[in-house]
Every structure is written in C-alpha cells, then in structure tokens.
Design a protein around this ligand. Structure first.
Ligand code: SAM
Length: 206
C-alpha cells in the first residue's frame, strides 16, 4: 500500500474540524511547523519504509504551533506530544477530529514527573517513533533523549531535529551518540540534510 506523503505534509486542514470555530481560517489558529519541507517529507518516507503504513504511536517533544503534531497524526494512529509553553498545541488538540489520537502533555519535558505521565499513559507499551525537537540546549536535548528513548521499541525510530549545525548543543550531543559515549555501541545515525540549516538525524533502535 502506498502512502501519499504529499497529502500528509500539505493537507493540514483536513484534520481540523473548523466548523467548531465557524469560519476561522487555519492561519488564525496559527498552525505552523518549523521544518524544511524536503526534510520532513524524506523523514516521513523513512518512517513508512521502516514502520509500515499504519504505525501505532509516536512521541514528539516540542510542539510549538502544532504543525508536526498534525503531520505525524496523518501517519501514526496516536501522537503523544510534550510542550511546556505554546497553548496553540492545546487549541489544536481540541480542534482536531478523533481527539483520542492526540495526547498533549503540557509540561516541562525535563521533569521526571512528565516522564511518569508517559509511563502511566503507556503502561508498558512501547512506541514506534520519538521525535526530539524541544529544548535545543545540550542539557535539554540530552535530558530528552535520556528520559524518553527507552519508550521506543526495537525496530522503531529515534529522531532529532536541527542537527545540521545551527544548534551547537544538538550537534554536540549527536556527535557524542555517534562516538558511543552514551551507549555500549556507537549509534549509527543517519542524516537528512537538504542544506536548509535545519536537518533531521535518526537511528533505528536495535
Ligand atoms: C522548535 S519548536 C518545535 C517545533 C515543532 N516540532 C515544529 O516542527 O513545528 C520547540 C518547542 O519546544 C518547546 N520546549 C522547549 N523546551 C521545552 C521543555 N523543556 N519542555 C517542553 N517543551 C519545551 C518550546 O516551547 C517550543 O514550542
């Protein structure tokens, strides 16, 4: 079965039940994403190839204006998103169809209590994908990886955004993962880099 990646990345409005807001246009809800189109598209293709066309669950750290949450929902049956600030995420969650497929955890991802919220929610079930795009400091990205990577099943994907050099802390942590500083074996990370100074790097859990 093929998946129309174009429709996943472009048709954000299809997931929004705008009728609840009368005629409020999408841009007034400010649903946006900070991704390079070519990179997020390639990453979705990687997900389809590795996880199939209807994977169960993704965890996203860092929602901002909801765009990636909605995009990931078009592939995954459920998306659990963690965000400490942006209330757009909550607006989006209340607006989309099938709200049971969106879990918004509006908390600091670095807090162990937030990890406990996910522990309770998942009750031992593993997820298919983790997308880390929250606090871009070295400590922040390290903490997100440490707290959440073990939720991903074998054969699942752990991905980081903004790995192409603009965010020093993220790049440093990715290098350390490659050198094997945090794991028994060095991790084989693959880079998706269109040259837009963003970049997505990911590895498959072995
Ligand atoms: C780069 S934006 C996310 C972009 C989004 N994934 C997209 O592609 O459109 C980073 C988000 O992470 C959130 N954030 C930063 N530190 C956080 C933390 N410690 N816990 C939860 N969210 C955090 C910020 O509030 C911001 O909304």
């Amino acid at each position: 079965m093929s998946v129309d990646i174009d429709s996943i990345t472009r048709d954000l409005e299809k997931d929004l039940d705008l009728s609840r807001f009368g005629v409020v246009p999408l841009h007034e809800l400010s649903v946006k994403m900070i991704q390079d189109d070519a990179e997020i598209r390639e990453f979705l293709e990687v997900c389809v190839k590795q996880l199939g066309t209807s994977p169960e669950t993704a965890i996203e750290v860092g929602v901002w204006k909801g765009g990636t949450h909605i995009v990931f929902r078009r592939l995954f049956k459920k998306v659990i998103s963690i965000e400490e600030k942006d209330v757009t995420a909550l607006t989006v969650a209340r607006t989309i169809v099938e709200p049971e497929r969106s879990v918004m955890v509006l908390r600091d991802s670095a807090s162990p209590e937030t990890r406990a919220v996910l522990d309770n929610h998942l009750a031992g079930r593993k997820v298919d994908m983790l997308f880390i795009d929250g606090d871009h400091s070295k400590d922040g990205v390290t903490s997100d990886w440490l707290l959440y990577h073990a939720f991903v099943r074998r054969g699942g994907i752990v991905a980081f955004h903004d790995t192409a050099g603009s965010w020093k802390g993220v790049s440093e942590f990715i290098s350390e993962l490659r050198e094997g500083r945090w794991t028994e074996e060095p991790l084989r990370l693959i880079d998706i880099d269109s040259g837009a100074r963003m970049g997505i790097s990911y590895y498959v859990v072995r």
